[in-house]
Ligand binder design. Structure first.
Ligand code: FES
Length: 112
């Protein structure tokens, strides 16, 4: 196995992330893990900047995670698309973390 970069951690299995978005506590943060495509994971903060909902309670549509409350969607870069706009009232966008697959697990470098 390749040496993992420092500060990186295994968050969940690929099969779990394919089944549903996964909430993982890591380095004092709550992050959500999902699969953008079959072999491409995404990891961002598990908090919607609109109303603080857990994005991990949402679902994945066309590779984006959908907030369960008002259907804002977020890409792997943490940027939002908001039906009806009004993004100026939102808090800071979720931070996105470098992620990759190694031996059927999703890994990410999440800062403490
Ligand atoms: S709380 Fe997420 S879209 Fe409103």
């Amino acid at each position: 196995m390749k040496q993992a970069p420092s500060g990186s951690r295994a968050l969940c299995t690929v099969s779990a992330a394919l089944e549903a978005p996964q909430r993982v506590m890591c380095a004092g943060r709550a992050v959500v893990v999902w699969m953008v495509e079959g072999d491409r994971p995404a990891v961002i903060d598990d908090r919607c900047p609109h109303g603080n909902a857990r994005l991990s309670d949402g679902y994945v549509l066309y590779g984006r995670i959908v907030c369960p409350l008002h259907m804002w969607t977020f890409g792997a870069d943490g940027h939002a698309q908001a039906p009806g706009g009004r993004m100026e009232a939102a808090g800071p966008m979720p931070q996105a973390y470098e992620s990759w697959i190694s031996e059927d697990e999703v890994w990410a470098r999440v800062d403490g």
